[in-house]
Design a binder for this molecule. Structure first.
Ligand code: GLN
Length: 554
């Protein structure tokens, strides 16, 4: 069977959840026994999101091969088993960069380089890269909204693509919005009509429309949409806003028969859908037995996507432990202003995620001190390890001026600093220590117990490292290195000895957590937080009983 293609476009507005829908489609096809690949095209000019501020773009999602990608790839990885690589995320900038490099090399033999065919060929080449013998369906999501100037070359390329590989091998799915106007008490189909006519003007007739709605879509509205957009009525599919969780998306698409439609339209040989485990997962999400509150203390808290994978991974750990994890998003500077006691009192666990630069560091250090002194479970990730090291140096080891050279280039005690090989680097894009690296763990450590293994691999995205000169001094005071690179040179994990659960890692474990397979460290951390909460509850209960039974002298 030749490899088939699904192209997912979006209309009317951005943020419709195209990534989640594409991931859900991938998941449904996989669960019908098909081998899928997913990729995303982002029309902006940056070569990758690695240099973009989290405020602009949300989290940068890192792959095993070190590619810094769009956060939608996180959805792909969490929902499917499709392997991802740097071939799975292209931006306009990356496409142009490649064409311009070829032009400079003289590859085009003196021809004039144009958007059509050179840029569109480059885009089609990027789709074709995923079309290998072991793949049944390639799903390509086009970022942005139909009508955006930047998106044009991508739409033109996917239009051409069906002529290249045969119309019967391509399916165009358009995700659109049916807004409900409260004042008129009506759902409006006009924006969808316009967005599809824009697509058709480019030469793309969508095969399936997925309509995001707030309320149930009426039969009449579906008929109207079908008529005006030249799409079969049964292919006008409702995707209503979810009440509880994103895990409902694939299931609601199944109840609207999207998987059957895709299989039929592409003539795929697929087995019946196996999705019971996912239904159970959703049941567990909706009926938690316990509750636990975790504070995430970061710098980009206001942008709800800046720590996307962290929040997801906490959720996964909660699911594994039949618990609802309530996340308190704490701006690090708030801890600085208000004090840790006030902001973090009553919390069950504290997590400091990755980050860059000086702002908020003091607040993070305060939060970590609070976790260490009050025996609150602590999980530090990347900068969360580095700040834990600084806090320990200053407040336990007694190195008052300790810092990372990222924050203070001339500090007398650079407990976190640049490696020799990072010194010479001046370019910003793609020059960090990126991607998957192995790590050896110390037997009996929290990390070892959580993973159940002595050698693990995790993804990285950082420049600075724990300064080895301080290792012994730290260990003598109770902060142990419990994971290193195989040559022993790079510190990967640290733990406190006299604390119930204080662990920090230089890597980003959040990128490898899945809803059905919670990451062991997140699970260990949330378990520790649950244990603390239970302990506190018992203490309070005992105190209540004591005061109730205390005999008050007359
Ligand atoms: N800024 C730190 C470094 O570059 C930490 C990076 C991160 O948290 N991802 O090493």
């Amino acid at each position: 069977m030749p490899c088939k293609h699904i192209f997912v476009t979006g209309g009317v507005v951005s943020s419709l959840g195209k990534g989640l829908t594409s991931a859900s489609i991938g998941m449904l096809l996989e669960r019908r026994g098909l081998r899928v690949r997913l990729q995303k095209f982002d029309p902006y000019i940056n070569v990758d999101p690695g240099t973009m501020s989290p405020y602009q773009h949300g989290e940068v999602y890192v792959l095993d091969d070190g590619a810094e990608t769009d956060l939608d790839l996180g959805h792909y990885e969490r929902f499917t088993n499709a392997p991802l690589s740097r071939d799975c995320n292209y931006t306009t900038g990356r496409i142009y960069l490649s064409v311009i490099e070829k032009e400079r090399r003289g590859d085009y033999l003196g021809r004039t380089i144009q958007v059509i065919p050179h840029i569109t060929d480059e885009i089609k080449g990027a789709v074709r890269k995923l079309r290998t013998d072991d793949v049944d369906v390639v799903i390509t999501e086009i970022g942005g909204t139909v009508g955006d100037i930047e998106g044009m070359p991508f739409l033109e390329a996917i239009r051409q693509f069906s002529l290249d590989v045969g119309k019967q091998n391509c399916l165009y799915i358009h995700l659109t919005l049916i807004p409900y106007l409260k004042a008129a008490r009506e759902a409006k189909t006009k924006p969808t009509q316009h967005s599809v006519s824009e697509l058709r003007a480019i030469g793309i007739q969508p095969d399936i429309l997925i309509c995001r709605t707030e309320r149930e879509m009426s039969k009449e509205d579906a008929e109207k949409i079908a008529q005006f957009t030249n799409v079969e009525l049964r292919a006008v599919i409702e995707e209503r806003d979810k009440e509880f969780s994103i895990y409902e998306v694939p299931l609601s698409l199944v109840s609207n028969k999207l998987d059957e439609l895709i299989v039929e339209k592409l003539g795929l040989r697929a087995r019946s859908l196996e999705i019971d485990d996912w239904r159970q997962l959703l049941h567990r999400v909706m009926h938690p037995e316990h509750e636990v509150t975790i504070a995430v203390v970061g710098k980009y808290i206001k942008h709800h996507d800046a720590y996307k994978s962290i929040y997801e991974a906490l959720d996964h750990a909660g699911i594994a432990l039949s618990s609802r994890v309530l996340v308190r998003k704490v701006e690090a500077e708030e801890v600085e202003r208000e004090g840790a006691e006030r902001v973090l009192g009553g919390i069950d666990g504290i997590l400091v995620p990755g980050g860059f630069g000086d702002r908020g560091i003091a607040g993070k250090i305060e939060a970590i001190r609070f976790a260490r002194e009050r025996q609150v479970p602590y999980f530090g990730i990347c900068l969360g390890l580095q700040t834990a090291v600084i806090e320990f140096a200053r407040n336990v080891v007694g190195l008052e001026d300790a810092n990372s050279t990222e924050m203070d280039g001339n500090c007398p005690h650079p407990v976190v600093c640049l490696l020799d090989e990072q010194f010479a680097i001046t370019h910003k894009g793609g020059t960090m220590r990126l991607g998957s690296y192995p790590c050896l763990l110390t037997e009996g450590s929290h990390a070892h117990r959580a993973y159940g293994s002595l050698e693990v691999k995790e993804r990285h995205r950082h420049r600075y490292e724990f300064n080895n000169q301080y290792r012994q001094q730290f260990a003598a005071h109770g902060m142990k290195v419990t994971g290193t690179s195989p040559d022993g040179k790079l510190v990967e994990v640290i733990e406190l000895t006299n604390h119930p659960w204080f662990l920090a890692v230089q890597c980003h474990p959040e990128f490898k957590s899945k809803p059905i397979q919670a990451h062991p460290l997140f699970r260990g951390f949330v378990q520790a937080a649950l244990t603390r909460r239970e302990g506190k509850k018992k203490e309070n209960e005992a105190a209540r009983v004591r005061s109730a039974t205390a005999v008050t002298p007359a």
